[in-house]
Design a protein around this ligand. Structure first.
Ligand code: ADP
Ligand code: MG
Length: 343
């Protein structure tokens, strides 16, 4: 038998994809391989994304409030719809619960889910409820739509496109490091008060209650810009950039000094003795958007403070590199993958 870790999550998905028959319905436009599946809905494309959060793998209820968890479970799904340049419409929520959860815990989880549905203008329309032996499991599926002429895949980027990211990166990872450290302090001495001061609040918020960038989808539409490719940053900039490059057959040059990192992220990275660039490349859970635009389109975006150009694409698929100011180039590799970690 083959250990799952020898092929990894992406290897496993690729194996499933290869064994999946071609779509039987003409209206199934795109199946496995992008942020969401795509369907023909007349003037629009329908979009369907699904994501699961598992206690002990994706969250630790010692420091994750259930209300935040509910919000995050919705946001990470909506983020995949935004990554197709679409907007969400309806969602279903399926939960697995072990007997240690009282009714009030489910109320709290759903309060967060309802807050996110309000924030993203989505209707909660169904789901499933089951018992679980391994704590809490939340699986959400979201339907969305995008006008046909605006859909944005991962595999349609071109050489010379400008590579852009929204917001800033690495904060959610450092938020997680802070929460984990406080947990260890608490476990050692439950009388200790957590040291999560105001100047850390942004990092904690980015970890516990991320937002999907539907605002950017609206903004791109207002500016009349359709990215050539887009993906959301759930696993870290490195991994997502490699998805776009592999699927589009391009290379990329990314300038490390251009990668947007918040001041709080810099400070915490210093404290944990990790490079903020490593946190941005491999940390994950930022739920920002990574997209590419034709160079002549970038002018329309260049004054936007929420969008940063970090590099450009090349015609050489073997060259996906990080460039320093001094001109040194190092290959960008995807790291950090724990989804199938042994339990
Ligand atoms: P994302 O990080 O954007 O959620 P994933 O890496 O989870 O994307 O998934 C990539 C693609 O693989 C998506 O099209 C997704 O629907 C598909 N996929 C993931 N897991 C499975 C599975 N177990 N069976 C079939 N398709 C899957
Ligand atoms: Mg995604």
């Amino acid at each position: 038998m083959t250990d799952l870790n020898t092929i990894g999550e992406f290897g496993l998905i690729e194996r499933i994809r290869q064994a999946t028959p071609a779509p039987k319905h003409a209206d199934t436009v795109r199946g496995i391989g992008d942020d969401a599946a795509v369907f023909n809905w007349g003037d629009d494309y329908g979009l369907l994304a699904t994501d699961m959060l598992v206690e002990g793998i994706h969250f630790d209820l010692m420091y994750v409030p259930l209300k935040h968890l509910g919000y995050k479970a919705v946001a990470v799904n909506v983020s995949d719809i935004a990554a197709m340049n679409g907007l969400p419409l309806q969602l279903t929520v399926s939960i697995g619960l072990s007997s240690r959860f009282p009714v009030e815990a489910v109320d709290e989880l759903y309060e967060g889910i309802r807050m996110a549905c309000e924030a993203y203008n989505v209707d909660l329309v169904g789901g499933d409820t089951t018992a679980s032996r391994s704590g809490l499991i939340i699986s959400i599926s979201v339907l969305g739509k995008v006008p046909k002429d605006l859909i944005t895949y991962r595999n349609t980027a071109q050489p010379n496109d400008v590579v852009c990211v929204t917001g800033d990166l690495g904060a959610a990872y450092l938020g997680l490091q802070l929460l984990e450290r406080e947990k260890q302090v608490y476990l050692a001495d439950p009388n200790m008060q957590p040291n999560l001061s105001e100047e850390r609040s942004y990092l904690i918020q980015r970890q516990l209650r991320p937002d999907a960038r539907t605002d950017i989808v609206h903004e791109l539409r207002d500016l009349g810009i359709r990215p050539t490719a887009m993906i959301d940053i759930s696993d870290g900039l490195a991994s997502e950039l490699l998805h776009i490059c592999r699927q589009s057959g391009t290379g990329a040059v990314i300038f490390d000094e251009n990668i947007p990192v918040d001041d709080q992220t810099h400070l915490a990275a210093d404290e944990f003795k990790i490079s903020p660039i490593t946190a941005a490349l491999n940390g994950g859970e930022d739920y920002e958007l990574l997209f590419t635009v034709r160079p002549q389109e970038f002018d329309k975006l260049s004054t936007n403070a929420r969008i940063t150009a970090i590099g450009y694409l090349t015609a050489n698929p073997d060259q996906v590199v990080l460039a320093t100011k001094a001109g040194q180039q190092t290959p960008i590799r995807a790291q950090g993958w724990e989804s199938l970690a042994k339990s």
